[in-house]
Design a protein around this ligand. Structure first.
Ligand code: PLP
Length: 414
């Protein structure tokens, strides 16, 4: 096996310089643990940015990949395959929506949903019915359509001009939503829980208001559940918590247990605006991806994992709240189930680096938010182990922050 240094040197020479990677190279995983090339074990509280909900090397996923790879991996969408319809049926039954389109990533699901609401707008209100409302602090992906719906400047900067026809309103601001809404709006797109934005929930009142104004103006309501969906909140769809059903939901991340896959699901009245030739993909919905996704859904049920997400997620919330009570640098615990965060008053990088050295993985978003997206297999004992490490490093940075303050206060004034 190549060493860590060899792996890094090769990447630095040959790869596009897109990622500021953490200084570790992993070679394998098992359950809630990852192992680096030197054999060191890490407790995985991030699961590949919310993807590995079944942890690593789940035996049923390994078996299904082996079996299906030996039969057929890819066919293209020129032909039928035995699993795409079955997966569509399952997801539609579980979501209350009617039709599915399969993609290879979250961003592609967003792009497809965007095309769908635009196609609907054009067909029902003419070319001027093309405005899409999105939320401030949103993240929907990095391709030009998804980026245009992503409000955060750091992702957009330097890529102008953006796609036209997007209006942003603040999260949970019903008055702003109402005033942004008119007959030219074809869709409202939002994350029920903003992920990259720092784990911020939209309120049930706001979601209900979205449903109302969208209906009043003959537009479509689109939820991006790419990060918060597919079980992460303890329900298969996050919208189940809020009692508001969207017209379209975008899903991805864990849906094929680590194999790249996304989808958007749509109500029939909307879906009919995409007809043969108007949208498509070479890879999306292949037999291997669909079969793994079916296995993923079956495992969630067979292992009662949504119940586990709710139970262990509740325990994690409680433990994060205890940290808020104990450390002044931690001001708020947010989120639910296996999508949670700790708001810090200081940049989180030193805490992350210290925790990683002690064998705990999570990430920092928005500079000061420690984000946790653990596998659904997480148990209370893993939470305890992770919290012990977090506590240690919160203590270290808090002490350092206090010392710096005292040192600054004690500096002689001129
Ligand atoms: N939408 C949301 C809410 C996301 O969190 C992400 C990725 O983090 C995306 C869209 C983009 O998905 P992908 O990276 O799979 O293209």
């Amino acid at each position: 096996m190549p060493s860590y240094q060899e792996i890094v040197a090769l990447e630095q020479k040959y790869l596009l310089n897109t990622y500021a990677r953490y200084p570790v190279a992993f070679s394998r995983g098992k359950g809630v643990y990852l192992f680096d090339v030197e054999g060191k074990r890490y407790l995985d509280f991030l699961s590949g940015l919310g993807v590995n909900a079944l942890g690593h090397a789940h035996p049923r996923i390994v078996k299904v990949i082996r079996e299906q790879a030996a039969r057929v991996i890819h066919l293209s969408n020129l032909y039928y395959n035995e699993y795409q319809g079955l997966l569509g049926e399952k997801l539609c039954q579980k979501s209350g929506l009617d039709r599915a389109f399969f993609t290879n990533s979250g961003t592609e699901a967003v792009e497809g949903a965007l095309k769908l609401v635009r196609a609907f707008g054009h067909a029902t209100g003419g070319p001027q019915k093309m405005i899409v409302i999105a939320l401030e602090n949103s993240f929907h992906g990095r391709t030009m359509g998804a980026l245009a719906l992503t409000a955060q400047e750091k992702y957009r900067k330097g890529f102008d001009p953006m796609l036209e026809g997007v209006r942003f309103v603040p999260r949970n601001d019903i008055a702003a939503l109402r005033s942004a809404m008119d007959g030219t709006v074809c869709g409202v797109m939002l994350e029920p829980i903003q992920g990259e934005g720092g784990i911020f929930e939209t309120s049930p009142q706001f979601l209900r208001a979205c449903r109302e104004v969208v209906d009043e103006h003959q537009a479509a309501l689109v939820f991006d559940e790419i990060q918060c969906g597919m079980g992460r909140t303890g329900r298969l769809f996050a919208f189940e918590h809020f009692g508001v059903t969207p017209d379209v939901v975008c899903i991805a991340k864990p849906m094929a247990a680590g194999f790249p896959m996304g989808a958007f699901l749509s109500k029939d009245w909307l879906a009919q605006h995409i007809t043969p030739g108007r949208h498509g993909t070479t890879f999306g919905g292949g037999p291997l991806a669909c079969r793994i996704a079916l296995e993923y859904l079956a495992i969630l049920e067979d292992e009662n994992l949504l119940e586990q997400v709710r139970r262990v997620g509740g325990y994690l919330t409680h433990k994060l709240q205890e940290l808020v009570g104990k450390f002044s640098v931690a001001t708020e615990a947010r989120g639910v189930g296996m999508i949670q965060a700790l708001q810090l008053t200081i940049p989180g990088k030193p805490i992350l680096e210290g925790a990683m050295a002690d064998g705990l993985l999570f990430n920092i978003t928005q500079d000061t938010v420690a984000r946790f997206l653990p596998p659904f297999l997480l148990e209370e004992k893993h939470v305890d182990a992770g919290i012990r490490i977090l506590k240690r490093h919160l203590g270290v940075v808090q002490k350092a922050a206090k010392t710096t303050k005292v040192a600054v206060a004690n500096q002689p004034t001129l």
